[in-house]
Design a protein around this ligand. Structure first.
Ligand code: ATP
Length: 511
């Protein structure tokens, strides 16, 4: 698979997604609603394939994980017990001059110190080069103000660390001028709604900000079905909603997104670190199995002092997106916190009777939590490739090709009759299309030059193309009759394959 490349790659991917029908901005005809996205014909197939692969590997192919689909709106007490009503906040800062809003922990500043004396402040937004950018800005500041003396190395801090005295002196990232940033305020990211006809305090409910709480709240109901024994997991795929302060980077951080989460319950005296490691490795291997190169993945261990008090450890699998290395999949060891909280708040102890150990306890949990959209973006970034290919006249030109893994490619095979005005070719091509359709997604296209039809499918990431030509009809002799040209997207190599062998040959490669 191709290596993810640098920043301008993002623009190319966004434009290809629109052009080919992977992803559009929501409500575009009304001037868009920021950070909500629509998935077009190719996008929805890709999403579905990602979800299906995960579900098959996580649930159907295992004995120890079962599925769940809980409701998006749950009893409001769920979110009190889980800590989301009180604590699911991000620190928000307003710039009064530009009316822009920022997350305080994404604004970085430093005092400009010349020979021991602070002479001003510089600010940058979170990026790959925070320290370098702040240093450059500090040097420019000193030069512009014609300050003499030696500039000391800058020390970057985020805005949550600014003292009340410093806040008025720190320049806004929007205007470059100090004096307009407000102190950080806690902003709860849950979307509120009302259930029923009355809109008052008593009817407040929330759109879930994560799917995980469904698994905790239904823990007892699932244990009571008798299908599961510790250690076991409950998995769920579904939409989550967060009123993010600074959604950005295309679909990376949006306000409506889809999560695939699994809560793996283990006994209270089991080796949680062993299970944590097991799930980190499982998640990494799974990402590789859908076409993300291992070389673009890394691990980030949250420092102990930044963990919630109940957390034993959290490791994020990071992906090298074009805009920087960012969290893709979080794998958290959450102890018995969630079940204990719901046990206390509901008055129904979330205990499990272990008939092997002959004891009752509240299980501990390991939680791998990932966003479908973040995986999809990582897949698109990994797949985007430009190479050289001959055009109709045999001249080399740049070809854009999405090297999507056949497992998740939206369309598995494209079927082309060489010419659309030859009924025998069209009929044969439609027979081939109908032969393959029960097994895989097939795209049938008879319009335009064959080379252009291939290019469109290269951009859609279709791994195989089939051309039905006069040889197929037996015009060059019986040995080529009922054979077609099979073209492989990445190598552009072509081979002649018998129609009767197509199903088995292709199934082997798209599974
Ligand atoms: P971040 O720090 O990036 O906001 P988080 O640590 O709050 O993420 P979790 O609460 O651990 O994220 O959510 C689990 C997973 O859900 C994340 O690893 C990510 O893949 C996905 N996710 C979280 N928030 C968003 C979002 N706003 N848009 C898209 N995906 C998201």
């Amino acid at each position: 698979m191709a290596e993810p490349k640098t920043a301008e790659l993002m623009d190319k991917i966004v434009s290809l997604c629109k052009r080919r029908g992977f992803i559009f901005q929501s409500s575009e005809i009304y001037g868009v609603i920021n950070s909500f996205w629509d998935y077009g014909p190719l996008g929805v197939e890709l999403r579905k394939n990602i979800r299906d692969c995960w579900w098959n590997d996580m649930v159907r192919r295992r004995d120890d994980v079962v599925g769940l689909e809980s409701s998006i709106i749950m009893h409001p007490k769920v979110w009190e017990a889980s800590g989301h009503v009180g604590g699911f906040t991000d620190p928000m800062v307003d710039c009064k001059a530009s009316k822009q809003r920022f997350r305080a922990d994404q604004i970085f500043f430093a005092d400009v110190v010349v020979e021991g004396k602070t002479v001003g402040y510089v600010t940058v937004l979170e990026s790959e080069r925070i320290a370098e950018e702040l240093q450059e800005k500090a040097e420019t500041f000193k030069r512009k103000k014609a300050i003499q003396g030696k500039l000391e190395p800058i020390k970057a801090r985020d805005f949550t660390e600014a003292t009340p005295e410093e806040i008025p002196l720190i320049p806004s990232p929007a205007t470059g001028e100090p004096g307009s940033l407000t102190p950080p305020r806690a902003f709860n990211m849950m979307f509120e709604t009302h259930v029923g006809a009355l809109s008052d305090e008593s009817s407040v409910a929330y759109l879930r900000p994560e799917t995980a709480q469904g698994m905790f709240v239904d823990f007892k109901a699932i244990v009571d079905t008798g299908r599961v024994k510790i250690p076991f997991g409950i998995a769920q795929i579904g939409k989550s909603f967060r009123n993010e302060i600074t959604p950005r980077n295309f679909i990376f951080r949006s306000r409506e997104f889809e999560q695939m989460e699994m809560e793996y319950f283990i006994s209270d005296d089991d080796d949680w670190a062993k299970w944590h490691r097991y799930w980190i490795d499982w998640c990494r291997d799974w990402l590789v199995s859908v076409g993300i190169p291992a070389s673009a993945l890394s691990e980030y261990n949250h420092p102990k002092e930044k963990l919630a008090f109940y957390s034993k450890g959290t490791t994020d699998l990071m992906f090298k997106y074009p805009f920087g290395v960012q969290e893709l999949w979080g794998i958290a060891a959450r102890g018995d916190y969630d079940l204990t909280q719901h046990g206390k708040a509901s008055g129904q102890p979330m205990e499990y009777f272990d008939d092997v150990k002959k004891k009752r306890y509240v299980p501990h949990v390991i939680e791998p939590a990932v966003g479908v959209d973040r995986i999809l973006l990582a897949i698109l970034c990994s797949a985007y490739c430009e190479d050289q290919a001959p055009n109709e006249k045999g001249e080399m030109e740049t070809r854009v090709v999405m090297k999507l893994h056949p497992r998740i490619a939206p369309i598995k095979v494209a079927v082309f009759p060489l010419l659309k005005n030859k009924p025998e070719l069209v009929k044969k091509a439609q027979e081939v299309r109908d032969l393959l359709r029960p097994y895989m997604t097939v795209f049938y296209d008879e319009a335009g030059a064959i080379g252009r039809r291939y290019r469109r499918q290269d951009e859609a990431g279709t791994p195989f193309g089939l051309t039905i030509d006069f040889d197929t009809l037996g015009e060059k002799g019986p040995e080529l009759a009922d054979t077609v040209t099979l073209r492989e997207r990445d190598t552009m190599k072509q081979e002649r394959v018998k129609i009767s062998d197509l199903v088995s040959k292709l199934m082997e490669r798209v599974r």
